[in-house]
Design a protein around this ligand. Structure first.
Ligand code: SF4
Length: 457
């Protein structure tokens, strides 16, 4: 069996499964957020009763992150619905925007969008926060009401996005009927070269198979090249499995996985025991591709979908209006480090936005010094508009006052986010080019799509 088949067999209490089998699996964690949480709660209450209790309080994780820093009252209200539900159910893992459990969330426009407006429990973008807060463990099954839930496959778990109806059912029962996906194997060899990042790996892969090339399939990344990838790198790759239609992504377990998971569960006091899955000697794949990391170059997915792969060096004629670094995919500490490495001591020439995925990342960037400046200061000095209000922000457009949202027709934006279908970051006539934070940085310096290797020192 492949990693995904082994994991699903175990979660279903079976000795073996094969692709195409329909099986009931037990969930280890259900995650929801402010956009889908109210709908999920509505389904749960409708189907199980107004006074029903969730199947396991410790396993429901609620992370408001999407439409948070906006004056839109309905969006603010969604956070309050999550708070009311978490209090009613006694959920220990609700990462509220505010500290008062009886309060109401209201974004304060007068404070502006750069300075922190959240309390001490706020966790930021769900997919980045889940592992950081100790909710991703090898061998487990994670369901989330968000398509990029697949990011947790970096931790050797089965993680996939589900709709509100399924999530309401999981909330009540802890189970879900799943068709076992076929597995595609991506064997990574070699090591990434300077200026090339994990984002380039996944953009290369999606370019190879197309934006529907993994529809309802598991994407298994393995091979000797995995060892050189950090957990942040693996998260970036797994995050975008859904951009090829993938059901899930999965990486093998190794010492690096253990180090990350053990430190995060210890730090947060979450469940520390886990049981990773290892690949069988004999595995059956529907597709196999060898990816030589040494040979990859800075890559861009052009408008209008993540499969429109080109090399950055061949796109120098595309004039840009805006650059954006942020999101679960591209807003991690390591992403901002590479962004800052390119921008250090220089000035951007187009509007450039930086949105860390989580408050912890804000703190990392404000605490880490390169010489006499923090990384945060280096980015601000380069002209990047950095916000402390960590969250999804303009990755998916959002309400019209969302920081970094494209509100003007026809703008071209290079972005470290993960999705670029028309209208994704705001205006329907805008164009989004997906790239690594290094490529976004180099492009912000020139105003044209630029290979970051030209700016490495
Ligand atoms: S940052 Fe973007 S891709 Fe990630 S969860 Fe938020 S909206 Fe979705």
């Amino acid at each position: 069996m492949t990693l995904t088949e082994k994991l699903l067999a175990r979660a279903a209490g079976k000795s073996s499964v094969q692709a195409g089998d329909n099986i009931w699996v037990n969930a280890d964690v259900l995650m929801t957020h402010d956009v889908c949480g109210p709908g999920t709660i509505g389904v749960f209450k409708r189907e199980f009763g107004q006074t029903a209790k969730v199947w396991n309080r410790e396993r429901v994780v609620i992370i408001p992150d999407h439409y948070i820093f906006t004056a839109d009252s309905k969006s603010n209200r969604n956070v309050d619905i999550l708070r009311d539900f978490s209090r009613e159910q006694g959920l220990p893992y609700f990462y509220d925007v505010i500290d008062d459990p009886n309060g109401q969330w209201k974004y304060d426009v007068a404070k502006g969008n750069l300075k922190r407006q959240y309390g001490s429990n706020y966790a930021g973008v769900c997919h980045t926060a889940l592992p950081a807060k100790g909710h991703t463990r090898p061998g487990e099954v994670l369901f989330g009401t968000d398509s990029h839930t697949c990011m947790a496959g970096a931790f050797n778990e089965f993680a996939t996005g589900i709709g509100n109806t399924d999530a309401g059912f999981v909330m009540g029962t802890g189970k879900l009927l799943i068709k076992v996906p076929e597995t595609m194997r991506f064997r990574l060899e070699g090591k990434l070269q300077p200026g090339v990042m994990a984002k380039d790996v996944i953009l290369h892969v999606i370019g190879e198979i197309g934006f529907d090339g993994a529809t309802y399939r598991a994407m298994q990344f393995d091979g000797p090249g995995v060892a050189s990838l950090s957990m942040d790198d693996r998260m970036t790759i797994a995050n975008m499995a859904i951009e090829a239609g993938g059901k899930n992504a999965i990486f093998p377990f190794d010492a690096r996985t253990a180090e990350y998971v053990d430190s995060r569960t210890r730090l947060n006091g979450t469940k520390s025991a886990y049981d990773p899955v290892e690949a069988d000697a004999s595995q059956s794949f529907v597709y196999e591709l060898v990816v030589d990391l040494d040979q990859l170059e800075p890559t861009v997915a052009c408008h209008p979908d993540p499969g429109q792969r080109k090399k950055a060096k061949d796109l120098g004629s595309i004039k840009l209006d805006r650059a954006y670094v942020g999101s679960c995919t591209g807003g991690k500490t390591s992403d901002f480090v590479e962004f800052a490495r390119v921008l250090r001591g220089k000035k951007v020439v187009i509007d450039t936005f930086g949105v860390p995925a989580t408050p912890d990342i804000v703190r990392d960037l404000q605490a880490t010094r390169w010489g006499d400046k923090t990384i945060w200061q280096i980015l601000e000095d380069a002209g990047v508009r950095m916000t402390e209000n960590a969250g999804c922000a303009a990755c998916l457009g959002g309400p019209v006052d969302t920081f970094g949202r494209i509100n003007q027709s026809g703008l071209k934006c290079i972005s470290a986010t993960n999705r670029n279908f028309p209208g994704r970051m705001g205006d329907k006539e805008s164009q989004v080019f997906l790239a690594s934070p290094a490529t976004v940085g180099a492009s912000a310096l020139t105003g044209w799509i630029t290979d970051p290797r030209e700016h490495l020192v």
